[in-house]
Write a protein that binds this ligand. Structure first.
Ligand code: F3S
Length: 392
């Protein structure tokens, strides 16, 4: 792997012990994947933020790194934490958990990382441009950046993303290379996709079918960015799909050839099957929306649907702090609260300790959340469209 003189110096420890160590990690990664060189990245997004997944070893690793003076060189933002960083007490997050989570966020902040705590960084100040190389970790954000924006990123692990943030580059391999961004399977969709949950169900089913491949969708008549994020998130969760193309909807399709590709047909039957598979529970203790984190449009939709009603079940709408602040200003938070719901920022149903908070069955409209809740949070899942969930 070819390194510049500057990079050689970093590798040899001339720029400090931490930079040397992280540079070794990047070089090793580059060697494994046969990268020819390092490429500069425009931004980084770090996953592995919740104390639920990091636990004490992760917390100590981050505090150690921060105490040794590690500093990021480029715009770096964080994935959701394990709790709402401002309202954790009133929402009921456990105090022992909160103390550790606060230490984690402090360590990240000390390194110069923006503690925005969201899986939709592109809606909260970290928006790459078409074709830009970035190093992001969160699988749904990786899918959105690659597919909907046309930026270029592999799915980084927590340490490799941190290394990219502190060193400023990443090895040139995988989805950074145009030849690896071509579709490997053609998916013909013959179904009316109405709700975001329909896109989540499609993604969940297809991810399991295609595992790691790059699908090219034909036949999705229309989709807004929320629906594309729901589709990508579910595929990333069930099949580690980091890039997809959708004819007429995503920006790289005109560069792609589909002739001769393996073909899969997806219709109503498959979507119904996905709904059936994702449903393991009957009566939710709580409904949690916002996976990936809710956009303003999604928050407005929830507020419109619950205005003047009294919800029978607790409701959380998970989103970023930036969206919550806008929702506060627009009176949407109050509307949702009057109905009995809450806008919960900085966290989500999967990375927060909901299983410790007395919830056993969770209602969701996200294929990704439906995929992870049974394993990560010991939840039974009620997977439905938003209208159905808010009627419960
Ligand atoms: Fe985001 Fe949590 Fe879903 S991190 S994509 S809301 S599982």
């Amino acid at each position: 792997m070819e390194l510049t003189k500057e990079q050689e110096k970093m590798l040899n420890g001339d720029k400090g012990e931490v930079v040397g160590k992280l540079m070794r990690l990047l070089v090793r990664l580059g060697e494994i994947y046969k990268a020819d060189r390092m490429i500069e990245v425009g931004s980084v997004q770090v996953a592995g933020v919740s104390y639920k997944s990091l636990k004490d070893p992760g917390l100590e690793f981050l505090e150690d790194l921060a105490s040794k003076g590690a500093k990021v060189k480029i715009l770096t933002t964080l994935n959701p934490a394990g709790m709402d960083m401002e309202n954790w007490k009133e929402i009921g997050f456990p105090e022992d958990f909160a103390k550790k989570q606060i230490r984690i966020m402090d360590a990240f902040a000390k390194m110069g990382i923006v503690t925005s705590a969201t899986c939709t960084p592109y809606l909260a100040g970290n928006l790459p441009r078409f074709g830009e190389h970035i190093a992001w970790s969160e699988s749904s954000a990786v899918s959105f950046a690659n597919s909907v924006i046309g930026a270029k990123t592999n799915r980084e692990g927590g340490p490799s993303a941190l290394a990219a943030a502190i060193c400023g580059f990443t090895p040139n391999y995988g989805l950074h290379l145009d030849e690896n961004r071509k579709p490997s399977v053609l998916v013909e969709v013959d179904a009316d996709l109405e709700f975001n949950s329909d896109f989540g169900a499609l993604g969940y089913y297809l991810g399991k079918e295609v595992k790691n491949k790059i699908p090219y969708f034909r036949g999705i008549k229309s989709a807004n960015t929320d629906q594309l994020k729901a589709l990508g998130a579910a595929m990333a969760a069930s099949g580690a799909v980091a890039l997809y193309h959708a004819e007429g909807l995503t920006p790289e399709t005109h560069l792609m050839k589909t002739k001769g590709l393996e073909k899969i047909e997806m219709g109503k039957k498959e979507i119904k099957e996905a709904y059936d598979k994702l449903n393991s529970g009957k009566d939710p203790d709580i409904v949690i929306l916002g996976c990936p984190h809710a956009s303003l449009r999604e928050i407005i939709t929830v507020a419109d649907k619950v205005r003047g009603k009294k919800l029978r079940k607790p409701l959380w709408v998970c989103t970023s702090r930036v969206m919550k602040d806008a929702a506060n200003r627009m009176g949407l938070t109050k509307t949702i609260e009057k109905a009995g719901g809450k806008i919960v920022a900085d966290t989500c149903m999967v990375v927060s300790p909901i299983e410790r908070m007395g919830f056993r069955t969770t209602g969701v409209n996200s294929g990704k959340a439906g995929n992870y809740l049974p394993g990560f949070c010991k939840q039974e899942v009620v997977f439905r469209n938003i209208d159905d969930l808010l009627e419960r």
